[in-house]
Design a protein around this ligand. Structure first.
Ligand code: GAR
Length: 210
């Protein structure tokens, strides 16, 4: 079976969506481990409940980013992953790390990239008066939130929306598109080729699959 390692920092609702999605195809793909940089991440409980090994690797135990990233890679590699998935993992990764997993490292980001890289995406979309918002799954490169987009999902911004209820709607979209993209990858349908995303042999536009 294909091995998927998931990195988290918090609630892990995207992790849960992935666990649920892959639960019924253990011979094809499985979540083989979950790693959190925070000991209090609720996602660790989700991993344990699903019988998946859960590791805590605190960045505070390492003197600098490169040494944390090397330790992280050491744990990841124990599970010989075909795919490494960032699911609310709130640490910036070094180019050494992202290069090592290039083409098999995914992130999900709560905005319609290239809009609103970084933090506070829901409030920023509201403040800008945007009429729509959403989320993006992308291949991770050394550029923060800048790698090629695989798929996006959108929701209209309605009068009276707050950052909180927007976040809630975006989360629901995330839980649909992240398992979908991971499934494409483990089925061999999705590749990063020369900086572009190829799905079923076709180069996707820079906004990914709508
Ligand atoms: C998700 O909304 C994800 O897009 C975001 O954190 C949340 C994690 O939720 N990621 C980032 O902001 C990455 N910079 P979860 O822990 O419930 O999956």
């Amino acid at each position: 079976a294909k091995s998927i390692v998931v990195l988290i920092s918090g609630s892990g609702s995207n992790l849960q969506a992935l666990l649920d999605h892959f639960a019924d195809q253990p011979e094809r793909a499985r979540i083989s481990a979950v790693i959190s940089n925070r000991a209090d991440a609720y996602g660790l409980e989700r991993a344990k409940a699903a019988g998946v090994p859960a590791h805590v690797l605190s960045h505070r135990d390492y003197p600098d980013r490169p040494s944390f990233d090397r330790a992280l890679a050491e744990v990841i590699n124990r599970y010989q992953p075909d795919l490494v998935v960032l699911a609310g993992f709130m640490r910036i990764l070094t180019p050494e790390f992202t290069d090592r997993y290039i083409g098999r490292l995914f992130n999900i980001h709560p905005s319609l990239l290239p809009k609103y890289k970084g933090l506070d995406t829901h409030q920023r979309a509201l403040d800008a008066g945007d009429t729509e918002h959403g989320c993006s799954v992308h291949f991770v490169t050394s550029e923060l939130d800048g790698g090629p987009v695989i798929i996006q999902a959108r929701t209209p911004i309605l009068p009276g929306d707050s950052a909180e209820n927007l976040a809630q709607r975006v989360h629901q979209l995330e839980h649909r598109i992240y398992p979908l993209a991971a499934q494409w990858f483990v089925d061999g349908r999705l590749q990063l080729e020369a900086g572009t995303v190829v799905l079923d042999g076709t180069v996707l536009p820079s906004g990914g699959q709508p």
